[in-house]
Design a binder for this molecule. Structure first.
Ligand code: CAA
Length: 434
């Protein structure tokens, strides 16, 4: 069972005398040794703290086992349909079914709400491996995380008990509705309005660019509950597809991720019960931003995945393709390109996994790392997929090979969950406030 290796709980840690399970040193031991001596001893392994395995910067075995499982699933059940899904711009039902059957469509949902309780890195590995073959399909686990995070981070216990288990069981999906036709990067400029009505709220407005709209049963919707006070007047709500007055626009005709439906969502006098508010009134914008801190890391994982898919394909191709009497892999110009692609991908993955660990721990610098990982990995993915097309020459430019699709799909990772210009604003603000 794949999820057996994912469940949260104490990781296997060494607990020699003098430190506890978290690795913290006990007070008497600290008193005996100067910080420098202690650091030196730790480095030299003299105190028995250092095991044979030096696992700093290494992905744990359980995560690598998960990767193997996801890769096998993707190769048999998702990759064979990726080109067709893109060509026909149709929902990847095969991926949907396979991910749900394997408990991987919303693997992040905590165990107490019926989920597999995968940590943030495990969730990234699932998204990365799916994106390696089909970016459209990777939006199933990614958007389920995006839609549910506001509830997980700020929802009441009742809200969590009502809405997380159906997603964990695969009976429903959850989308996130922040952007509007005139409020994209300036998310705080939204005009969708929620007005108190009896013991609930009356919702009116339009959300745009909503991933999996129409497919998802549930939506986190940000709306203005108190106009005139900016982002402090925004609240978040759970809205159901079945709520009277909810409807959807036609699917957008996009450059890439053609298998993932992107539609407008209309709210026409939709009445929402009072207990569907996520957190207190006026906290919706902060909840939306806190959510993106976590989920920008999943977009970074998606970018790493598509870049890996492109690099793998191009690497095999250059070993087979012969010109001037030898495989083009023997040409130093080609080798330099491969090396640059690999170097950028390695850096992107390291930053993404570090950010995922910060997401899991809830570190104070997650805002910076989430933006940095998303920005760096998506820029790297655009460069790597473009170079992969180049390595295939004319063939790379045709739909007979997967690379033009990967290049088109990579582009969106520089745009959604905040453009890379917004990510730089976020990073700069974090640097300047320090
Ligand atoms: N965590 C907690 N609070 C935060 C926060 C964070 N990461 N970021 C901002 N806030 C708080 C601020 O502290 C501030 O609170 P106070 O008023 O109490 O000080 C409040 O929120 C307003 O913050 P700002 O003044 O920074 O807000 P701003 O209007 O200047 O906007 C922005 C900042 C970074 C540009 C933000 O609007 C933003 O991220 N824009 C991009 C939106 C985006 O990413 N959209 C993607 C849509 S989802 C999507 O793409 C899904 C999909 O399809 C897959």
């Amino acid at each position: 069972m794949v999820t057996a290796v994912l469940r949260r709980g104490p990781w296997s840690v060494q607990t020699p005398q003098g430190n506890d399970a978290s690795g913290a040193l006990s007070a008497p031991l600290l008193a005996e040794s100067s910080a420098l001596d202690l650091a030196f001893s730790l480095l030299m392994g003299n105190m028995g703290f250092v095991t044979q395995e030096f696992d700093l910067y290494a992905v744990r075995e359980e995560h690598e086992l998960l990767r193997e499982s996801v890769r096998a699933l993707v190769e048999s059940k998702i990759a064979p349909f990726a080109a067709e899904v893109d060509h026909d711009a149709r929902y990847p039902q095969e991926a949907h079914d396979a991910l749900h059957a394997a408990d991987m469509a919303a693997i992040h949902i905590p165990e107490e709400y019926g989920g597999a309780g995968a940590d943030a890195l495990a969730t990234c590995i699932v998204i990365e491996e799916v994106a390696r073959a089909c970016v459209s399909s990777s939006l199933i686990p990614a958007v389920n995380k995006l839609g549910t995070m506001p509830v997980i981070l700020a929802g009441s216990e009742e809200l969590k008990r009502k809405y997380l288990p159906p997603v964990a069981r695969g009976e429903a999906m959850f989308s996130y509705a922040l952007s509007e036709p005139d409020a994209g990067s300036d998310a705080g400029g939204m005009t969708t309005r929620a007005v108190r009505d009896g013991d609930g709220w009356r919702l009116n407005g339009v959300k745009r660019w909503i991933t999996n709209a129409g497919v998802s049963e549930y939506y986190t919707v940000m709306a203005v509950t108190e106009p005139g006070i900016g982002t402090k007047g925004i609240s978040a709500f759970v809205v159901e597809k079945a709520d009277e007055g909810v409807s959807f626009g036609a699917p957008e005709r996009k450059l890439g991720i053609k298998g993932s439906p992107t539609r407008e969502v209309y709210f026409d006098n939709v009445w929402i019960p009072g207990d569907r508010i996520i957190g207190e009134p006026g906290t919706g914008f902060k909840t939306a931003m806190r959510t993106l801190d976590h989920t920008r890391v999943t977009i970074a994982a998606q970018a790493v995945g598509v870049a890996q898919g492109a690099l793998d394909y191009a690497t095999s191709y250059v070993k087979e393709r012969k010109q001037f009497g030898k495989p083009i892999a023997a040409l130093q110009g080609v080798q330099f390109m491969l090396a640059d692609m690999g170097m950028k991908l390695t850096a992107a993955r390291q930053l993404t996994y570090a950010a995922a660990a910060k997401s899991e721990r809830g570190d104070a610098d997650l805002t910076y790392f989430g933006a940095a990982a998303k920005c760096f990995a998506s820029d790297a993915a655009m460069e790597i997929t473009t170079d992969a097309v180049q390595l295939l020459g004319g063939y790379g430019y045709t739909q007979d090979y997967p690379l033009e699709r990967m290049m088109r799909d990579a582009k969106i990772t520089q745009i959604y969950e905040g453009t890379n210009q917004v990510q730089r604003v976020v990073m700069a603000r974090q640097l300047l406030k320090g």
